[in-house]
Design a binder for this molecule. Structure first.
Ligand code: NAD
Ligand code: UDP
Length: 314
């Protein structure tokens, strides 16, 4: 059955893939974005579809819509961009959550919150599972994002308990793929762009810290499965690829796959940068039948192809 679906942050990296996939499944899509890190080019190919609607709106302000489902993705995800205006970042997370929950309460829509592995902070538990409460610095340069996302999780749960809103939470681990912005600042896009342009590859710290990288198509599949899971499963649930790589390994793999002459240079590690991160995805497997299928090398090949095109490098 056709559903009317609101995607906040729909013109961003993940949001645009989600819009595309849900449109293919015959839904009506309302894509809401303030274009802070999102881009019209990410969704311009969808604009001819009569089931697709674009609203320029800042989610810190309330709005009134009639919808069946809400994916709340509005929030800059790259440290560079969320730290640029940290007060705005926490407002987006807290007031954005309150505003989408208001719509969900009035319309009885299901709302899915895009939370993050950042709520685990610099973890003492490895891999991270959903019962771990995390180790987050409440007053550091990442706090606007980490604490904002934690407050948004809290709001999802309080609206559920107090107002019976059907809210769900996914904790997304580092996800990459086509349509990341060239200036996004996250590690995969930075390294690919640097490698393709023959510039130095900037490793922050000594490169021994780890991340687990999930390809966007796998992630989008997980988001949709969670949204449509039975009402008694509301998470939080981790979504990510458990394959764990050091940042040095990632740099070397990208240099190999791009056939680049770039040199690796080491720069200072930013404050509170987590030293290791790897999702335990047993809950997602058990409750959603979800696990990622695309391995890092394959996902990087597709992403490199995208950036070659955008940068016009043959
Ligand atoms: P992104 O920066 O590409 O997309 C975010 C989108 O939200 C952009 O289109 C931006 O313009 C929009 N936005 C920001 N503030 C807004 C506001 N106040 N009102 C309306 N729109 C606003 O990032 P992404 O990687 O696509 O991330 C999407 C969501 O997923 C974010 O909430 C992010 O925290 C979460 N997430 C992503 C990852 C990841 O690795 N990609 C990991 C964990 C969590
Ligand atoms: N990083 C890096 N070089 C870059 C960008 C990022 O070494 O050009 C590191 C960063 O310090 C972090 C990891 O790569 O340890 C992942 O960073 P990203 O910003 O992609 O996401 P995070 O998981 O930190 O939110």
């Amino acid at each position: 059955m056709t559903k009317r679906i609101l995607i906040t942050g729909g013109a961003g990296f993940l949001g645009s893939h989600l819009c595309e996939r849900l449109l293919k499944d015959d839904n009506e899509i309302i894509c809401l974005d303030n274009f802070y890190t999102g881009n019209r080019d990410n969704i311009s190919h969808l604009s001819g579809n009569s089931r697709f609607e674009l609203i320029r709106h800042d989610i810190i302000n309330p709005l009134y819509l009639e919808v069946d489902q809400i994916y709340n993705l509005a929030c800059p995800a790259s440290p560079v961009h969320y730290q640029y205006n940290p007060i705005k970042t926490i407002k987006t997370n807290v007031m954005g959550a309150i505003n989408v929950l208001g719509i969900a309460k009035r319309t009885k829509a299901t709302v899915l919150q895009a939370s993050t592995s950042e709520i685990y902070g610099d973890p003492e538990v490895h891999p991270q599972n959903e019962s771990y409460w995390g180790r987050v610095n409440p007053i550091g340069i990442r706090s606007c994002y980490d604490e904002g996302k934690r407050a948004a999780e809290c709001l999802m749960m309080d609206y559920r308990r107090q107002n019976g809103v059907n809210s769900k939470i996914v904790r997304i681990f580092n996800t990459y793929g086509p349509r990341m912005a060239i200036n996004d600042g996250r590690v995969v896009s930075n390294f690919i762009v640097q490698a393709l342009q023959g510039k130095d590859i900037t490793i922050y710290g000594d490169g021994s810290h780890t991340r687990s990288f999930c390809y966007v198509d796998d992630l989008v599949d997980g988001l949709i499965r969670m949204m449509n899971s039975s009402d008694d499963f509301y998470g939080p649930v981790n979504l990510g690829n458990p394959g764990e790589f050091t940042i040095s390994e990632l740099a070397k793999l990208i240099i190999k796959l791009t056939n680049s002459n770039s040199q690796i240079v080491f720069e200072p590690l930013p404050a509170d940068d987590p030293t290791q991160r790897k999702p335990d995805i047993n809950l997602a497997l058990k409750k959603l039948g979800w696990k990622p299928n695309i391995q890092l090398e394959q996902g990087l090949i597709d992403t490199i192809k995208y950036f070659r095109n955008v940068l016009k490098i043959t």
